[in-house]
Design a protein around this ligand. Structure first.
Ligand code: ATP
Length: 660
């Protein structure tokens, strides 16, 4: 960091402190001046007292009253110094707290302002965020401390320097030499400390990850079942040893340098004491003068070494704070647009969209052309890793395509304000969040501006088929959905099942009633067959007239879509209606047949050779009975809808059973 860079960083820290508490800074300055000047006044009073007592004015010259006043003045000054030191500590802590809040708030404001996901998936940015968090906790405060301590120490030095130079002028040169060596030594060790702090960040983050695994309730099951607790404990320990070892090594180097500097300072003070004592013996100065000189040398040395030490801390703090400022000043990860289109009328179009997560990663999307017509439902199908979720992420503008465009009624979505685009989308993600908050909040967060609107929350919950379950919780919608926190009345929260959580997440995405585009990425993967059918029925009516994109591996969930699109290795390889795609005999037909085959085999197993039905779950209805009630017939283990056209058996089986 250049000198100019340091000055700029220090100025930024000072500005932050000023913004956080002007009064605190001014009061600190005043206190620094006062506490800096008091030692000189105390030393001078002590000199007068010693001279009086030593009879500098001749035998018996000491005036009892004057001695008493001088002693009282010395005690008062000592008392004032002690009180002011405590007040300074209080003001420092108060100012530190205000600065800390300001600095941390700005940090999280910046992190929250990242519009896309790249910064959160980039290890270098994660390291920088971590460093900035460390810096935010103390660096500006350390820089301010240095500045205030410089004021205090300068006041002390000003009060004493004349005394030192008058009694033994060469002491001035000796002090300058000590300071120069100290500054060099401290700066060197401080840089070492700051570089060490930056170098151990990746290890510290890993250590944090393993530590978190050991205490996270979500990880507890696997850790216990697979017995990985010991392994993670060892890894956390290795990380801790690595980070603390590096810190200790830097500290050892620093202690070595500082011990050398302390010896140098003591040698200089000792030399001065010998010189001045000889002057007293020679009768050139009084005993009081010697007391004053000794106090002055100690005070000046103390003040200088305090400045130098604070300078070292400030150097370390400035380096760390540099990371904080760099993060705050980093450019926006995604450019924002200004065009606010009218409500969607035509649809959304992917035009030759190419995307990969990093320049050296394989393409996740390779020239996707796709149209989501206004008011229609498009189903997206494909094997794992085909690029379905990636397509959704691009649609929400978590990333921008590397080539090609996504058009919202003909306008590139990059020209729209990102917040405006997202306001128009209601989405459920495959990896949805579960919040340790109440049931109402868990749903209400889907439209934060309506998070207090219980009617709206309940309507969304009803559409997702979770309303009754939430109502039956101990405190209804006010029940905390958490096993790790208690609510405001110290009541334990409750835990939902995986499928219930998925419905809550679905309800959250349905909170945006005016969303122009509904994106459902595997909204029912965790639901049982009946629940899935119920949810899809509810969603069908909710989707009516709404543009929607549905992703599901359960092809039955997409059968009602107006258009089914098949994605394979990042390319659209097929598109059409269900029957059309089955007839095509391509990838969709293959996927559908594989799924139907599974159900057919399950059907064969359910109705064994002796005609007895196997239960497939609690309350399971014998298959033949259920089929009969549903107006279906079981022939050779294949279920066919009564009155249905003759269909290829696999298709019919899939349609009639859970695939529907
Ligand atoms: N955040 C990411 N960073 C790097 N690569 C990623 C990321 N997310 C996905 N990928 C890669 O992009 C490709 C497409 O993944 P995507 O999640 O879009 O597939 P998908 O079709 O949704 O799969 P699934 O059916 O398993 O959900 C995969 O090869 C995957 O490894």
């Amino acid at each position: 960091m250049t000198v100019l860079g340091r000055v700029r960083t220090a100025a930024a820290a000072l500005r932050l402190g000023w913004r956080a508490s002007r009064g605190g800074i001014l009061l600190q300055l005043l206190l620094a001046l006062l506490t800096g000047a008091l030692p000189a006044a105390m030393a001078y009073v002590t000199k007068l007292l010693v001279d009086d007592l030593a009879g500098a004015g001749g035998p018996g010259a000491a005036d009892g009253t004057r001695v008493a006043w001088l002693a009282a003045a010395g005690a008062a000054l000592a008392g004032a110094t002690a009180v002011l030191n405590h007040v300074t500590a209080l003001i420092t802590a108060t100012l530190g707290r205000a600065v800390n809040i300001e600095v941390q708030d700005r940090l999280y404001e910046r992190v929250n302002a990242y519009r896309g996901l790249r910064p959160f998936e980039d290890p270098a940015t994660q390291d920088r965020i971590r460093l900035a968090e460390t810096a935010a906790q103390g660096a500006p405060h350390d820089v301010l401390d240095f500045l205030l301590d410089s004021v205090r120490s300068t006041a002390t030095i000003t009060g004493f320097l004349g005394t030192v130079l008058v009694f033994w002028p060469p002491m001035g040169a000796l002090l300058v030499l000590c300071v120069a060596v100290s500054v060099a030594g401290h700066l060197r060790t401080s840089r070492g400390m700051a570089d060490t702090a930056a170098a151990v960040v990746p290890a510290a983050r890993r250590q944090y990850f393993y530590r978190m695994l050991l205490t996270d309730p979500r990880a507890a099951k696997e850790l216990r079942l697979f017995g990985t607790g010991q392994l993670f404990r060892q890894r956390a320990l290795d990380g801790l040893r690595e980070t603390s070892g590096a810190g200790l090594a830097a500290l050892r180097r620093s202690v070595l340098v500082q011990s050398g500097l302390a010896l140098l300072t003591a040698a200089a003070a000792g030399t001065a004491a010998v010189v001045v004592a000889r002057q007293v013996l020679a009768g050139r100065i009084t005993l009081g003068d010697m007391t004053l000189f000794t106090a002055a040398v100690a005070a000046v040395q103390g003040a200088l070494s305090s400045i130098v030490m604070q300078l070292g801390r400030a150097e370390e703090a400035l380096r760390l704070f540099g990371h904080y400022l760099a993060l705050l000043g980093s450019p926006a990860d995604l450019p924002d647009g200004t065009h606010v289109p009218a409500p969607l009328r035509e649809g959304i179009t992917f035009e030759d969209v190419w995307f990969r997560y990093t320049p050296d990663a394989p393409w996740a999307l390779r020239g996707v052309d796709l149209h989501l017509p206004h008011g229609r439902a498009v189903g997206l199908v494909g094997v794992n890793g085909a690029g379905k979720s990636t397509l959704v992420k691009l649609l929400c503008r978590f990333y921008d395509p590397e080539r090609g465009r996504i058009l919202w009624d003909g306008a590139d979505i990059r020209t729209m304000p990102v917040d405006e685009l997202r306001r128009r989308i209601g989405a459920t993600f495959q990896d949805f969040m579960t919040y340790d908050l109440t049931a109402a909040e868990n749903i209400g967060l889907g439209a934060p501006e309506h998070r207090e609107d219980l009617d709206r929350i309940r309507a969304a919950a009803a559409r997702a088929g979770i309303d009754r379950s939430l109502e039956r919780l101990p405190r209804g919608y006010r029940t905390l959905l958490s096993r790790t926190f208690t609510d405001e009345d110290e009541q334990n929260g409750v835990s939902l099942s995986g499928g219930q959580w998925q419905r809550v997440a679905l309800a959250r995405s349905l909170m945006r009633e005016d969303a122009e585009l509904l994106v459902l990425d595997e909204p029912s993967s965790g639901l049982d067959a009946l629940a899935e059918r119920e949810v899809h029925q509810a969603l069908r009516s909710h989707r009516a007239g709404r543009t929607s994109l549905l992703i599901s591996h359960r092809l039955a969930a997409l059968r009602e879509a107006d258009l089914i699109v098949v994605l394979f290795e990042g390319r659209v390889v097929e598109r059409g209606g269900h029957d059309e795609l089955v007839a095509l005999g391509g990838r969709y037909a293959e996927l559908f047949a594989a799924q139907a085959e599974g159900y057919r085999e399950a059907g064969d197993a359910a109705v064994d050779g002796e005609g007895t039905a196997a239960a497939v779950g609690p309350g399971a209805v014998p298959r033949a009975d259920a089929a009969a009630r549903a107006g279906t017939a079981v022939r050779d283990g294949v279920t066919v809808r009564a009155g249905a056209d003759a269909r290829p058996p696999r298709v019919a089986a899939a349609r009639a059973e859970g695939v529907r």
